[in-house]
Write a protein that binds this ligand. Structure first.
Ligand code: CS2
Ligand code: MG
Length: 405
């Protein structure tokens, strides 16, 4: 029997930060959820969904997921980009949720079944100096984590990327204009190798350490950093140079064996195909939410598998619990899993998005509820938690030139 899509509702709510959630309902009343949160540009995706996508879904077969993906991607003529792909991702997640509920299975079973027993997670740790960062690592260790993204203040740069005063990191800032951040590559390059060597010495040989450069270096600077960090033995060095100029990574490769991770801003397979085929990266960082959903990311991860690239799916606080659940079902079901980024959230968010997935002793488990295993509490409404206008910061060089953030 064909189960038709009957309606779609977009919930934009801000319980401490903005989330955009799509709820699709079939004619017989089965619901599916999708995450469409695009940090700092939330309403653009909400409008794309409400005004353009949802009206085009009515009456379609809810089980024909691949076909609906193509209908939204190829059928719109205008394709790709973070707004479009987050909207398609939300529809795709919601349809997988519905299909898995209809089958009475947790989603990972429909994706091929479990390839592992647990999913290694890494924490965000941050400090304005070594002592502060060590305290943050110790706190994450107390929570059970074995892997840590380490971001540290750089004397001479007033607001280094990833060093946050607030515990709840990186919601787009609630300002009428983007905040101004600062950057100086030479100041960073002079100091970061020693800082990270000290952290390695204090954490011991076995700790899993990662570092994120957030797209900020030129190719030759990136090569120098990757070389200078070899003895730190990072699990990965992330976004060491902007990913638009992909040949640049061959220069980095020529100078070091530090593993490289890229891709949190990618939204289609075309943006990572050459990187994988050229063996220029070791980990692919796309998220289910920004990468076209389960259907598309699965293809990305299969391509990655062919080229011995592992997953490191993006899981910052801007991916909602719905997007996190979708990531975990994929992490569980692919053979080339690497690591999963996972920031613990304020209890309010877990309460508003009750979920079957769990975190224990540094590892994540997708849970055994059918579907994605996430519901929306009735308390999560736009009236109770109205949308808050905000922007991600804009990053400037010391002379006022706009730079990568
Ligand atoms: C970061 C993100 O998680 C990461 O590795 O690069 O936190 C990124 O800055 C945010 O997703 C931007 O919204
Ligand atoms: Mg990153």
């Amino acid at each position: 029997m064909v189960e038709k899509i009957a309606s779609g509702e977009v919930v934009v709510a801000s319980p401490g930060r903005n989330f955009v959630t799509l709820r699709l309902r079939t004619e017989s009343g089965i619901t599916g959820l999708g995450d469409a949160t695009l940090n700092g540009r939330e309403l653009a995706v909400a409008s794309y969904l409400r005004d353009h996508v949802v009206p085009a879904l009515n009456g379609r077969d809810a089980q024909a997921i691949e076909d609906t993906w193509m209908y939204l991607y190829k059928g719109a003529y205008w394709r790709g980009g973070p707004v479009t792909m987050a909207a398609i991702a939300a529809v795709d997640m919601a349809l997988w949720d519905i299909k898995a509920k209809m089958a009475g299975l947790p989603l990972y079973q429909l994706l091929g079944g479990a390839c592992r027993e647990r999913v290694l997670a890494y924490a965000h740790t941050t400090g304005s100096d070594i002592n502060g960062l060590m305290r943050s690592i110790e706190k994450a260790q107390e929570d059970g984590y074995e892997a840590f993204r380490v971001q540290i203040g750089i004397p001479g740069i007033m607001d280094t990327y990833g060093v946050s005063a607030s515990e709840y990191y990186e919601p787009a800032l609630r300002d009428s204009q983007p905040a101004r951040f600062h950057w100086d590559a030479e100041t960073y390059l002079r100091q970061i190798p020693k800082l990270l060597r000290d952290i390695r010495a204090q954490c011991g040989e076995e700790a899993i350490l990662l570092h994120d450069v957030h797209h900020r270096l030129a190719p030759v600077q990136a090569a120098r950093l990757a070389r200078d960090l070899e003895e730190v033995r990072l699990f990965w060095l992330e976004d060491v140079t902007p990913s638009d100029d992909q040949d640049a990574l061959s220069l980095v490769r020529q100078h070091s064996t530090t593993p490289l991770a890229i891709g949190e801003v990618f939204n289609t397979i075309w943006q990572c195909k050459a990187l994988m085929e050229g063996h220029l990266i070791d980990y692919i960082r796309m998220s289910v939410t920004h990468g076209g959903g389960v259907t598309h990311l699965r293809k990305v991860l299969w391509l990655a598998e062919l080229h011995q690239v592992k997953s490191g799916l993006h899981g910052p606080s801007d991916v909602s619990p719905v997007g996190m659940a979708a990531s975990l079902h994929l992490d569980f079901a692919i053979s080339n899993f690497g690591i999963q980024e996972y920031q613990q959230r304020p209890a309010l968010i877990d309460d508003l998005f009750p979920h079957a997935y769990s975190f224990r002793d540094g590892y994540l488990y997708p849970g055994e509820e059918s579907g994605l295993g996430v519901t929306l509490s009735d308390a999560l409404t736009a009236e109770k938690y109205p949308y808050v206008h905000g922007y991600l910061p804009v990053n400037y060089l010391m002379d006022g030139t706009v730079h990568e953030w």
